[in-house]
Design a protein around this ligand. Sequence first.
Ligand SMILES: NC(=O)c1ccc[n+]([C@@H]2O[C@H](COP(=O)([O-])OP(=O)(O)OC[C@H]3O[C@@H](n4cnc5c(N)ncnc54)[C@H](O)[C@@H]3O)[C@@H](O)[C@H]2O)c1
Length: 362
Amino acid sequence: MAKFQVPLIKKPHGTGEFYYFCASKPKYKTKTLTVTTGFLKHHPMDKILVIGAAGQLGSELTRALADQFGGDQVIATDLRASASTLFPYCRFEVLDVMDKEALGALVKRERVTQIYHLAAVLSATGEKNPHFAWQLNMESLLHVLELAKEFGLDKIYWPSSIAVFGPSTPKVTTPQFCEKDPNTVYGISKLAGEGWCNYYFEKYGVDVRSLRYPGLIGYKSLPGGGTTDYAVDIYHKAIAKQPFTCFLSEDTYLPMMYMPDAIKATLDLMNVPKEAVKIRSSYNLAGMSFSPKEIFESIKKEVPSFEISYQVDFRQSIADSWPDSIDDSRARADWGWKPSYDLDSMSRDILKHLPTFFPPQS
Ligand SMILES: NC(=O)c1ccc[n+]([C@@H]2O[C@H](COP(=O)([O-])OP(=O)(O)OC[C@H]3O[C@@H](n4cnc5c(N)ncnc54)[C@H](O)[C@@H]3O)[C@@H](O)[C@H]2O)c1
């Protein structure tokens, strides 16, 4: 039985996790082992650059990367200088990803080996300034892919989105390969980006990996202007004991994912050997699917006095063009993906932890 081995160390001493992938029975497994300091020097050269680290995803993914590689090996960057306080555990630098020279100089100076490129204009914000969204989302990806080619970087991570799908896409259990006619500039840029990722892999051997995230729901930071933001905002209102006004109609189903699952999926994909990654555009990824009515009912089980009303806006038509649910069987088969959370377990966890990060205003 062929095995590839990728050791991941979580602590400087003591116990670490040993990840391995079994090629004959595709499944990604972990084993906890006791490790020695000598073993820790296994990957001394990994240097991870996170771009757009201060956002909803980046602020949690950067922490997970520092846990895996060690804080000294991770550099968090973002356009916003004020974000430096978010990263006491690793270095932070202000970086505009559109400044290709500054990005290249940083990669060279720091001997960066992997880039996680998370900076983007999201779906709802993108519709307000489509040309800017296209420019940022596309040019920044091309900068990163070119640098990866030029410097021979080990791996690149770049997230795509369910926004690549459109009105002609099958809505239920949307397949990995199907018609895609995105009708937002965000979706158009993600679909084009997937094509570029595949191109750089095929033409230049750049090891770029990608996931089509559903709407991401976390409690540690605020969302950045997407169509699924309501599913984060609703928990803040529930904790504040205030009624919630939803910008989508009560029966609008969308694919969603709890942040710990999104982080796990990202690390899982990035840690499997190159040969296991069979799709170089972007993998479908599913966690759960629910409507505003269902998330409201799930919260109401914990907060019985909670109330909701609906005031639909322009984001409804974006949501209507996206799938209700996603078929992620390729991710499951190729690298062993499996989500851990459903709607109720996510609601319980968020309501328990959110007040620590965002104490309700009195
Ligand atoms: N959040 C979701 O639900 C979701 C779903 C699907 C895909 N994604 C993708 O995941 C990635 C991260 O999303 P997010 O929700 O964390 O977004 P976000 O808007 O919360 O964060 C983006 C970060 O990028 C930074 N940024 C913007 N312009 C920059 C520039 N020119 N240079 C450097 N940094 C810049 C912003 O300051 C921000 O901190 C994006 O590519 C997004 O398309 C997110």
